[in-house]
Design a protein around this ligand. Structure first.
Ligand code: ADP
Length: 175
């Protein structure tokens, strides 16, 4: 439960997987808000690399020891989830101008859906302005280093996932 004075923010996204850009935004957010919920979208249409359960476990591991950060999942309308959590704020990260158009549309649509929740945009530290989960996955899958772009535990998860996928491919190939 939150009262009128508690600033509860929801930070929604796919987090497939968590990157240091996400971590940067969360760390900045915890200085402004009393509590932040990392809300992982369970999107049945997108085909994520990590399952929702894996993404939750990874995010919990990354934010372990941060009592003001909670990890949860949601589906459906974000504003319904935010209302259900009694959140006053939706946090989104803005990396570059390219993010702006989509984010503006989303923020204005969400405002149309509810007047009770404000969207707050936060800029990451410069080294993370080009980091996205998609690019991290692409570089890693092609054998490039993602050191410093994701937490060490996420790098380990990526390695394990690719080992499993590799094993699966070779087993399928042997059939
Ligand atoms: P989406 O599926 O919307 O791309 P993501 O998991 O990639 O969701 O990101 C969730 C939120 O985090 C979005 O607001 C996105 O702009 C922001 N974000 C992602 N990467 C970074 C980064 N490197 N720096 C700042 N914000 C970021």
């Amino acid at each position: 439960m939150t009262d009128q004075t508690t600033r509860l923010a929801v930070y929604p996204g796919s987090f497939d997987p968590v990157t240091n850009g996400h971590v940067d935004i969360i760390e900045r957010g915890t200085k402004i808000f009393d509590r932040i919920v990392v809300a992982i979208l369970v999107n049945v249409e997108k085909a994520p690399l990590f399952t929702a359960e894996e993404r939750v476990a990874t995010a919990r591991e990354v934010f372990r020891g941060k009592p003001h950060v909670e990890v949860d999942t949601f589906q459906g309308l974000l504003v319904d989830y935010a209302r259900h959590r009694q959140a006053n704020v939706i946090v989104r990260g803005l990396r570059a101008v390219s993010d702006f158009e989509y984010e503006l549309q989303m923020a204005l649509m969400n405002r149309r859906l509810t007047q009770e929740i404000e969207t707050v945009f936060m800029m990451p530290a410069e080294p993370y302005t080009y980091v996205s989960s998609r690019l991290v996955k692409e570089v890693f899958s092609l054998g490039g280093s993602v050191e410093g772009l994701v937490p060490a535990s996420v790098e380990a998860q990526l390695r394990a996932k690719h080992r499993r996928l590799g094993a699966q491919v070779s087993t399928d190939g042997n059939r």
